[in-house]
Structure formats: structure tokens, C-alpha cells
Design a protein around this ligand. Structure first.
Ligand SMILES: C[S@@+](CC[C@H](N)C(=O)[O-])C[C@H]1O[C@@H](n2cnc3c(N)ncnc32)[C@H](O)[C@@H]1O
Length: 308
């Protein structure tokens, strides 16, 4: 693992909203550098069950284990697997679940992982436990599939032209590195536009390769069964596609749906079971001082719900 430390985003706000209690059991679904995990373990006499899909976190897991012993358990798994993992291990009570979605500083700053367009490296972007990597996507998927990925996950208006050029170039020789992809994009949109387009294409590939939105939808759906009554769900997300999923989930689980027609019996509405209450009406965002100190926090949004 690269030694760029990951600065935990909105750490105080996360701790406060998890409502940490002595004797509580908390899940950190995105261990990373263990910033949240260690803070939860230091705050009170708690237990933390942590998950991360990336095996490069294991040396850090070892350090945390050495310090906290039985109070800390780690599973190298995707967070979509939290519920079956808890069942297999007969863990029933969970007082809080925190998710800090996305890539860590260690991942993005390790050139050979291929997450960053700032370094020339093999096209990978796999966080761990993946079925495919970015090189396979770029070289094997059809023009329309590529265009859909760039449009859907990168919200890139020139997705079609970029996909067309990729397919034409790879016909001559495979596209293997981040800089080859960056240069293809620059040739189409020009240097100036590329500063916006390249990050969108890289974001789209990363989301697709790691099924990031599918993972998020799955863990949110499972959170109902993961959390005990009164347990808190705290999600920190970093872009609008993730935030839309979290917001819609909160809406669905915390608001009685309005009757579509006034002829629908009221009983149908009342039968709707709400499983969560929303804790904050609006998303919590990082302070100006935090963003100055840690620019990577700038787009973060923290949303909180409580299991009924
Ligand atoms: C932003 S970092 C978390 C940093 C952590 N909160 C800290 O303070 O050190 C995100 C971590 O979540 C992991 N991750 C992302 N998606 C995941 C998923 N679907 N399942 C499990 N881990 C995931 C990444 O590998 C990365 O290590």
C-alpha cells in the first residue's frame, strides 16, 4: 500500500451521528485506513466489525487488531456481503453501520492501481474482489456499451464520440494504459475540455468495474436487516449518482407515500410500514476549514437514518 495517509472525512460528524454507546457494536463497511474504526473504538467501550474489499488494507488491519484485540473483527469482503457474513458468524446485534463510499487516498495515489489519470499505469481500477478490470472493459465491450457506461456513470455528453474513437483505436492495437486512454480523450475533445472529460470517463470506468452503485443499493436494502432497532445508518458519499441512491432510499423508507388517487382506501397507505426515521433533514457537509485542510472532502455529503 502507498503511504499517503487517508484523512477520515467528517470524522466528528460521523461519530456524533452514529450515537456511540458503551457496549455498542458498530460496522465500518469501508475500513480503508481504519480512521473511523479506530475512532469508534477509542470513543467508548465498543466493538467494531469492519469490511473492505481491498486486500492492501490488511497490514493496517493487523495494526488495529494488535491494538484492540477482540474488540475488532475484519472481513475482506464487499459491503454487499455484510448481511450473509453476519448470519454465517451468528452476529445478531448491530447498533450502527457507517459507509464512506468510494476510493481511499491510498488507492488513488498508488499509480499501479490505475485509478488516477495523473499517473501512467496499466488500466486496472479494480478495488478488490472484482470480476473485471478497466482494460477488459475498454478493449472488449461494444461501442454502444462503452457509450452507455460513459453516459450513465460519468454523465459525459460526448460519450458516443469517445466510445467510437476507442473502438477504432483498439482495432489497431489494444489500449493498455491510463495515459493511452487520456490521450485518446484529449484528441477528441482538446486539452482544455479534457480537464473535465477525463475525470468523468475515469469515474465512469471505476464505478462500472467495481459495480459501485449496485454495491450501494444492495447494502442499503440489507441495512434494514443488519441494524437493530434504534441503530443508526450513516453514509458519506461523494458524487451525485451515489447521493441520489441514498436520498431515494431515505425517502422510500421514511416517508408515507401519498395516495395516487383519493379513491384509494386510506388503509392501504396506513399499511405501509416505515422501517427508518430520518435523523437530519438535509445532508451534512464538511466545514470550510475541513475542506481547506483536506480538499478531497469537498464534495462529501453525510446522511443519517435511524432504524425504527
Ligand atoms: C474512502 S475509503 C474509507 C476510508 C475510511 N473511512 C478511513 O477513515 O480510513 C473507502 C474504502 O472502502 C473500500 N470499499 C469501496 N467500496 C467497497 C465495497 N463495495 N465493499 C467493501 N469495501 C469497499 C475501498 O476499498 C476503500 O478502502
Amino acid at each position: 500500500m502507498q503511504n499517503t495517509p487517508h484523512i477520515p472525512v467528517m470524522l466528528n460528524e460521523v461519530l456524533e451521528n452514529l450515537n456511540i454507546k458503551d457496549g455498542g457494536v458498530y460496522i465500518d463497511g469501508t475500513f480503508g485506513n481504519g480512521g473511523y474504526t479506530s475512532a469508534i473504538l477509542d470513543a467508548k467501550n465498543t466493538k467494531v466489525i469492519a469490511f473492505d474489499r481491498d486486500e492492501t488494507v490488511l497490514p493496517r488491519v493487523k495494526e488495529v487488531k494488535e491494538k484492540y484485540g477482540d474488540r475488532f473483527i475484519f472481513f475482506q469482503e464487499c459491503f454487499s456481503k455484510i448481511l450473509p457474513t453476519l448470519k454465517q458468524n451468528d452476529i445478531k446485534r448491530v447498533d450502527g453501520l457507517v459507509l464512506d463510499i468510494g476510493v481511499s487516498s491510498m488507492q488513488i495515489d498508488t499509480p499501479e492501481r490505475g485509478f488516477s489519470f495523473r499517473f501512467d499505469a496499466p488500466l486496472s481500477m479494480a478495488m478488490g474482489q472484482n470480476n473485471l478490470d478497466a482494460k477488459e472493459v475498454i478493449n472488449n465491450m461494444s461501442e454502444s456499451e462503452l457509450s452507455d457506461i460513459f453516459y450513465k456513470y460519468g454523465e459525459e455528453p460526448r460519450s458516443r464520440a469517445i466510445a467510437r474513437r476507442i473502438v477504432s483505436i483498439r482495432g489497431e492495437k489494444p489500449i493498455k494504459t491510463t495515459f493511452e486512454l487520456v490521450n485518446i480523450i484529449k484528441n477528441i475533445v482538446g486539452e482544455w475540455q479534457a480537464t473535465k472529460v477525463v475525470p468523468r470517463i475515469f469515474q465512469a470506468l471505476r464505478i462500472y468495474v467495481n459495480d459501485e452503485l449496485g454495491e450501494l443499493e444492495k447494502v442499503l436494502g440489507d441495512s434494514e436487516s443488519i441494524l437493530s432497532s434504534g441503530g443508526r445508518l450513516v453514509v458519506v458519499d461523494f458524487h451525485s449518482l451515489e447521493d441520489r441512491i441514498v436520498k431515494n432510499f431515505i425517502k422510500e423508507k421514511t416517508e408515507i407515500k401519498q395516495a395516487v388517487s383519493r379513491y384509494i382506501p386510506v388503509a392501504i397507505e396506513n399499511n405501509q410500514k416505515l422501517s427508518f426515521k430520518s435523523v437530519n433533514k438535509n445532508a451534512i457537509i464538511p466545514s470550510k476549514q475541513e475542506v481547506e485542510m483536506n480538499p478531497r472532502a469537498h464534495s462529501a455529503k453525510l446522511r443519517v437514518m435511524e432504524k425504527l
